[in-house]
Design a protein around this ligand. Structure first.
Ligand SMILES: Cc1ncc(COP(=O)(O)O)c(C=O)c1O
Length: 368
């Protein structure tokens, strides 16, 4: 049996005709920028996140940049974020001229440690970015409390968090602003690159909208400096089709995660993801931790099972981040994750038989 890590073709096959029909309409109308599909996606995604405002943007990195620009983050500012995340969280902070201030994560959820965030605040700190890593919501109330104590904003990097809930509330509705990625492999993936920001704040939404569109609301009148971070209507149309299926796909992921948790619970040497009572994850990734994961990944590969490492190098040890002056050993939990994480196949169309094949082989390889 073959179990790919991710199977996007299986996701798209039943949607193919509908998406191609919309693309033909767009081609015939030549309405490639803006228009009803972008506006429709924004309204529908805002509703899906219980957010008042959504702006579609060109990718998830740009979503974070647009959010940071909207919050007036500037050169000399520091923004706290976890060392255990995809590189783009820190890159966005660098792109607006600010300094990423890395902190460690908590074992088990591998999400930002609120106490570490509190300890990292200094007089240059302007805000905190929590990341709903692997689709697992971070402890938003604890981060909000740290932010409130120090008069900071806090935002969500929800690139992996679509439709996850924290204490029953949707990610994207929690912080001052949230950034989403619609990279093809994400829970809501575009047929290309895409992203979005969500917020409850009308003034911030307007500012981000200006920034996304050359600082302009009226053609050729530029109120502020901005950029072109728009999403194309061809991508928006396909995303609207896929968004209708996202609740069902998310439930399927939750069911697969429950199946993994139950089947792998008693495998010695395997650490499973911990889900706090506040969280209903979206399971973008199902990540276990195991010694000698290269050997395990190789053996699973030989059994036809795709795996991944998310992520094999913590941010503070990335060559590009050397300018921050960190050392190995500084963020031990993030380093533990980087050394031992192993992502198992996770996508809505997985079958029980495939999950059983993964679990049986993992048990065989890890437990002997
Ligand atoms: C946590 C996180 N932040 C930001 C991004 C950036 O999104 P994109 O790849 O759409 O630019 C990603 C996606 O890879 C991500 O996983």
């Amino acid at each position: 049996m073959n179990v790919p890590f991710l199977d996007l073709r299986a996701q798209h096959a039943p949607l193919r005709d509908e998406i191609l029909g919309l693309w033909a309409e767009i081609l015939d109308s030549a309405g490639f920028v803006g228009g009803p599909h972008v506006a429709g996606l924004e309204a529908e995604f805002a509703a899906a996140c219980d957010a008042n405002h959504c702006l579609a943007v060109s990718n998830g990195t740009e979503a974070l940049v647009v959010a940071l620009q909207g919050l007036d983050v500037r050169h000399g500012d520091e923004v706290i974020l976890p060392a255990n995340t995809f590189f783009a969280t820190a890159e966005a902070v660098w792109l607006v001229g600010a300094r990423p201030r890395l902190v460690d994560c908590l074992p088990g959820t591998w999400n930002i440690d609120p106490e570490a965030a509190a300890a990292a605040v200094n007089d240059r700190t302007v805000g905190i970015i929590g990341v709903h890593l692997y689709g697992q919501p971070f402890d938003a109330d604890s981060i909000a409390a740290v932010a409130a104590r120090h008069n900071l904003w806090w935002m969500e990097d929800s690139a992996q968090g679509h439709l996850a809930t924290y204490k029953g509330r949707k990610t994207g509705s929690l912080g001052k602003v949230a950034g989403f990625s619609f990279y093809p492999g994400k829970n809501l993936g575009a047929t290309g690159e895409g992203g979005a920001v969500t917020t409850q704040d009308a003034a911030l939404a307007r500012k981000m909208k200006l920034f996304r569109d050359h600082g302009s609301e009226i053609k050729y009148h530029h109120e502020i400096m901005g950029t072109n971070a728009r999403l194309s209507s061809v991508l928006a149309a396909a995303l609207r089709v896929k968004l209708r299926h996202l609740p069902a796909w998310t439930e399927a992921r939750r069911s697969h995660a429950a199946s993994y948790q139950a089947r792998l619970r008693d495998v010695p040497g395997l650490r499973l993801p911990e889900v706090p009572a506040f969280a209903n994850p979206a399971w973008h990734l199902y990540v276990v931790h195991v010694d000698d994961r290269e050997a395990v990944a190789k053996a699973l590969g030989e059994a036809g099972i795709g795996t991944g490492y998310h992520y094999p190098v913590a941010l503070h040890l990335q060559p590009a981040m050397a300018y921050l002056g960190h050392k190995a050993g500084e963020f031990p939990v993030s380093e533990d994750n980087a050394a031992h994480c192993l992502s198992l196949p996770m996508f809505a169309e997985l079958t029980e038989a495939q999950i059983e094949h993964v679990c049986a082989n993992l048990r065989r390889v890890v437990a002997g």
